[in-house]
Design a protein around this ligand. Structure first.
Ligand code: M6R
Length: 586
């Protein structure tokens, strides 16, 4: 879940690597480090905390080669010692991923280890293999063979960029399971863990390539050579980059707020572009699958809950939703003609990718709803539906969630021959514009939240609660309203705020029953609904729309509320503690 960046660029390599790191900071931000060639010497600078700290330490450096890393600690605390790059005598590496067998590998290496990380073993192992391959006289070949041998000994996930002191005018990159994109430019070449790291700034970058597992890239200022797992030179197909999306905060204080405000545009683009040939094929086949299982994590799982609601309603068939992290370990019951549909904003979530791999092994057809073109998930699924939310950088998923729901709604509608609702972007815009914090200020100090709803509103409730947990650090529960009285009600008291989402007329009264129950226990109540229910408690009145698409709309005030709660309490909603945007490790 770390971000890595490497580049070969005349004079500007260190500067570019630091800019790239800033774009990757959403992947981790507890420490950062860089190695760059200054004259004949390789400088290594590390810093605990954000990339901005590292930038100050590095200052303006003239360098042709650099590799850099922003960390989200998995093995070992966020200290300067654990911070990347990690080194051995000749190798300097940055790594994203987890080396599962690092303890075992360590026990076979005599060189002394200085950090608590699993990554350091990669540098040490490369060194060991480099020593053992001394019969290869050509240095470049010896480095490549050392990488090959090292990759064969590692177990786990990795994206690694390295500099070897014996050949410091090149960088080398290799990967397994963790993403790595190479960007070719004019007289400069770059590599990073995310295509968005190159966004906007690198006007000279012309072509992008997604490395396959166990591929190796040898990169210099002028050239890129790709190798397969046997060191044969290979061609890799170019991938297209989505249109440039402004990654700056523009006029917004935070990226999260900017991204919520981009929801109408994201809806518009997704609606316009999603119906590709995969969409058409899948919507035709959908009715015929004997079993449909949706998998995802976090917010994407909540989108899956909506998927179950809408597919069951429109297709009249059973759909199950599973957390990808559970799916991969549960008893697998193979069924003929099954579809496993994965939802993942990043397309890189390790648990979701693993669930898809298992589904494929079971013989199921697989489909992905993802926001990132060319991401790992797009390469393993039979059908790919791409949402067009644009780059989402804030850790909390907002516009991507709305687009996932839209994709599911459109898929269900097309499969069942129903007309797709018009003007959803405009309704979303109205919802954003009508949101007023003024009415909600009294709730900004509440420490106990319950979000309740029924049917698809229960998915929205879970998502609203997750937003508040992740960026405001307050305890919140998302619940099916009908379940309250089966246990949770005992927690409800006069210090609680119960946010009831009520958008489905057939269960309006039922959810109101829950509202009455909590009011009787002294709880404060906030209703989010298109129905005028102000008599029942404070209300956020939503614009009316077709009930099936209300979850696209009703989540927006919950996202905005979580944002303001976090901001009001002096937190940084874009970078919540302990979390990173894409979870590429298990
Ligand atoms: O990239 P993915 O959609 O696969 O990510 C899944 C979750 O990690 C993600 O939705 C997470 O829950 C968000 N930070 C929530 O805002």
């Amino acid at each position: 879940m770390c971000g890595i960046y490497g580049c070969c660029q005349r004079a500007k390599a260190a500067k570019s690597a630091l800019c790239g790191l800033e774009k990757l900071e959403y992947r981790g931000y507890d420490s950062a480090g860089i190695a760059f060639l200054e004259g004949e010497k390789i400088e290594i600078i590390k810093s605990v905390g954000k990339v901005s700290n590292l930038k100050i330490k590095v200052g303006e450096k003239v360098s042709n080669i650099a590799i850099a890393h922003t960390r989200w600690a998995t093995h070992g605390r966020a200290t300067a010692l654990n911070c990347h790059p990690h080194t051995s005598e000749n190798f300097i590496i940055v790594h994203n991923g987890i080396i599962e067998n690092f303890k075992e590998l360590k026990s076979n290496i005599s060189e002394k280890f200085y950090s608590e990380t699993d990554s350091e073993v990669i540098a040490k192992l490369l060194e060991k293999n480099f020593d053992e391959l001394s019969e290869i006289s050509d240095i470049n070949e010896r480095i490549l063979n050392s990488i090959l041998k090292t990759q064969n000994q590692l177990i786990g996930s990795w994206a690694v960029i390295l500099i070897c002191r014996k050949n410091p005018l090149k960088i080398y990159a290799f990967k397994n399971k963790s993403p790595l994109i190479v960007a070719r430019g004019k007289g400069e070449n770059h590599v990073a863990s995310d295509i968005n790291a190159f966004e906007k700034r690198e006007k000279n970058l012309l072509k992008y390539y997604n490395l396959n597992n166990r591929n190796i890239a040898e990169i210099s200022q002028e050239n890129i050579i790709f190798y397969d797992e046997k060191l044969n030179k290979i061609e890799i197909k170019e991938i297209k980059k989505q249109c440039e999306i402004c990654q700056e905060n523009c006029n917004y204080k935070h990226k999260m707020l900017k991204e919520i405000n981009e929801i109408p545009k994201a809806i518009y683009s997704t609606k316009k572009h999603i119906k590709n040939s995969d969409f058409k094929k899948l919507s035709k086949k959908l009715k015929n699958y004997s079993k449909i299982t949706i998998v995802g994590c976090g917010t994407a799982y909540h989108a899956g809950l909506y998927g179950k609601f809408i597919l069951e309603k429109y297709l009249n068939k059973n759909v199950s939703v599973e957390l990808a992290s559970e799916f991969r370990y549960k008893t697998q019951i193979k069924e003929k003609n099954e579809l496993v549909l994965a939802i993942s904003q990043s397309g890189e979530t390790a648990d979701t990718l693993a669930a898809i791999e298992i589904a494929r092994k079971n013989g199921a057809e697989t489909a992905a709803i993802t926001n990132v073109c060319g991401s790992s998930i797009t390469r393993i699924c039979d059908y790919v539906l791409q949402t067009r939310a644009g780059a989402e950088v804030a850790v909390a998923a907002t516009k991507s969630y709305v687009c996932q729901i839209l994709a599911l709604y459109m898929l269900a509608s097309s499969a069942s021959g129903k007309r797709i609702s018009r003007g959803i972007d405009k309704i979303a815009n109205k919802t954003i514009l009508s949101f007023s914090l003024e009415n909600l200020k009294e709730f900004l100090g509440v420490k106990k939240f319950f979000f309740v709803g029924r049917l698809c509103d229960s998915a929205t409730a879970s998502e609203g609660a997750l937003k508040l947990k992740e960026i405001a650090y307050v305890h919140s529960e998302g619940y099916s309203a009908g379940e309250l009285k089966h246990g949770t009600l005992s927690l409800v008291d006069e210090n609680s705020l119960v946010i009831a989402i009520i958008t489905q007329s057939n269960i309006l009264d039922k959810t109101l029953n829950a509202v009455h129950e909590v009011k009787a226990r002294g709880a404060k109540v906030l209703i989010v609904s298109q129905f005028e229910l102000a008599g029942e408690g404070k209300e956020i009145l939503l614009p009316a729309a077709k009930e099936e698409i209300m979850p696209l709309i009703s989540v927006i005030p919950l996202q905005l509320f979580a944002y303001h709660y976090s901001e009001n309490n002096g937190l940084n909603p874009d970078m919540p503690r302990n979390l990173a945007k894409s979870v590429t490790v298990e």
